[in-house]
Ligand binder design. Structure first.
Ligand code: FES
Length: 137
């Protein structure tokens, strides 16, 4: 069950992108395989192809990070674990990361709370782009 769950999550990494139909379409192609092999996880950082993070949206990486690109070439990374009760945030628009459990919303640039019930911001991580790959640390 765990293997299946992980496979689904990896596949949903790009498919979980919300707010960009073009990005969703590309997620159905070879990008899934490229993303799967390019990611590292384990809580000490991760990498993801920059192309998997659409402009004006974002994507969840390994159920650990949410990477946003509110404007072209501007990337931000945060924990994907909601500070309210620990659900995975899922929906990313240009300016808001939304948790599906109770509706908390966070800034895509700072991780600050926009709408509760969460009161604490999402922890921010460093994200650097090199050669089309984003490295989160
Ligand atoms: Fe995210 Fe409650 S766990 S809003």
């Amino acid at each position: 069950m765990e293997a299946n769950r992980r496979t689904i999550i990896k596949g949903a990494g790009a498919a979980g992108v919300i707010g960009g139909t073009a990005a969703f379409t590309s997620a159905c192609g070879t990008d899934d395989q490229k993303q799967g092999s390019g990611q590292e996880s384990g809580g000490a950082g991760a990498s993801v192809p920059a192309d998997d993070v659409p402009v004006g949206s974002g994507t969840v990486v390994d159920e650990t990070y949410v990477v946003t690109q509110p404007k072209a070439g501007e990337f931000h990374a945060f924990t994907s674990v909601c500070t309210h009760q620990g659900c995975q945030v899922r929906t990313v628009t240009e300016d808001k990361i939304t948790c599906p459990c109770h509706g908390s919303q966070f800034s895509t640039t700072s991780g600050e709370v926009i709408t509760g019930p969460a009161t604490d911001p999402l922890q921010k991580f460093t994200v650097e782009e090199s050669g089309g790959t984003l490295t989160i640390s």
